[in-house]
Ligand binder design. Structure first.
Ligand code: NDP
Length: 326
């Protein structure tokens, strides 16, 4: 009988260290061509053009088959709901039968940060100790947790459009980290001299400019997941060594890439590789201490399905979840 796993159970089954290791493997599988995963299907909903995405994947090595249904409703925040909600359906890879329905909100929150942490492990300078986070929502929190596992962070600066959001972030997160957290008065102040820059805003326009970014910095560019949106000044994209989770996704969905190509600042060959290729060693990572590196993340179904399969396997072992007849 199919198993239902709620958010609290999924969270308890997927500690960040396990997710970082699992995402490294999933990225390698994807970039080696061993995953079946079409580009996600996206519907715009209502006048606010909210986002409804359907993200299926099949990962033969894990016998993992499933899909995520994800929504992004910016208006949810005013209702006290997260902007991003998701459900994952896992199917039996031999019969197609439903095996699990689980919360995908926490998996979206945590797997995205785990993938960024993999990018930091492979692309950031080893001595990176100062991090700037632009945005102070759900992803800002999970990125602090994940990236603190990849580098010894001394100082983390937070900037957000609404200063009170950044203040809340500092108050809530300081007890959970060894780094010193503080709110920066501007995005520029946050970014100057930062070794790692995390972009986790819902801004459709650039929030960071090339002249602010020091040589040798690594950028995790996580927001701006539609071809019309971007978080980075295109001159910064052109200056940097650019890596993506998926080449096909980056060229279709990432405004930071699509718009910079349209403006003639870069071409498709500017993408040096997929993160999974860097993890497996088929594409080189950081060239030298002075290059700026960017990991442009869009999020992939393989990440969700592999994380969901891990949660399901652990739930079965531990006897957790609720079986349903359907
Ligand atoms: P939240 O809704 O929790 O937080 C959104 C943040 O964006 C807030 O800090 C908010 O600032 C800020 N923001 C909203 N509008 C603007 C704007 N116009 N200009 C500048 N800042 C703005 O979202 P999440 O943390 O869950 O997601 C952050 C981003 O990451 C989103 O773009 C999301 O779609 C993307 N994402 C990407 C994933 C991937 O796999 N690559 C996966 C999940 C999310 P304030 O509160 O200060 O007003």
């Amino acid at each position: 009988m199919p198993l239902v796993l709620d958010e609290a159970t999924v969270r308890s089954l997927l500690p960040m260290d396990d997710l970082i290791a699992t995402m490294g493997q999933a990225l390698k599988e994807f970039s080696a061509g061993r995953v079946t995963q079409p580009l996600r299907t996206v519907l715009e909903v209502g006048e606010a053009k909210s986002f409804f995405g359907v993200m299926p994947a099949y990962v033969p090595s894990q016998q993992a088959l499933g899909t995520k249904l994800v929504t992004v409703f910016g208006s949810n925040l005013a209702r006290g709901l997260p902007s991003h909600l998701a459900t994952i359906l896992l199917l039996d890879a031999e019969t197609g039968a439903l095996v699990a329905i689980m919360d995908g909100r926490y998996i979206t929150e945590a797997r995205t940060a785990a993938v960024s942490a993999v990018s930091v492990q492979h692309l950031a300078r080893r001595d990176a100790a100062v991090m700037a986070i632009l945005g102070a929502g759900v992803q800002a929190r999970s990125h602090l947790e994940a990236i603190a596992r990849a580098r010894s962070l001394r100082e983390v600066r937070i900037w957000s459009r609404t200063p009170a959001s950044a203040d809340r972030f500092v108050a809530e997160m300081q007890p959970h980290t060894a780094a010193t957290l503080h709110r920066s008065p501007s995005a520029q102040d946050a970014v100057l001299d930062a070794d790692i820059i995390v972009l986790v805003t819902a801004s459709p326009e650039p929030v960071v400019f090339s002249s602010w970014v020091q040589d040798g910095a690594h950028i995790c560019a996580v927001g701006a997941c539609r071809p019309t949106q971007r978080e980075m000044d295109p001159i910064l994209v052109a200056r940097a060594d650019l890596y993506v989770d998926s080449r096909a996704g980056g060229l279709a969905e990432a405004g930071d890439i699509v718009l910079a190509i349209r403006e003639g600042l870069i071409d498709a060959a500017h993408i040096r590789g997929e993160l999974g290729e860097v993890v497996s060693g088929t594409v080189p990572g950081r060239r030298d201490e002075d290059r700026v590196t960017i990991f442009k993340s869009l999020g992939m179904a393989v990440e969700d399905v592999v994380a969901a399969q891990l949660a399901y396997d652990k739930a079965r072992q531990a006897g957790l979840g609720t079986e349903i007849r359907c």
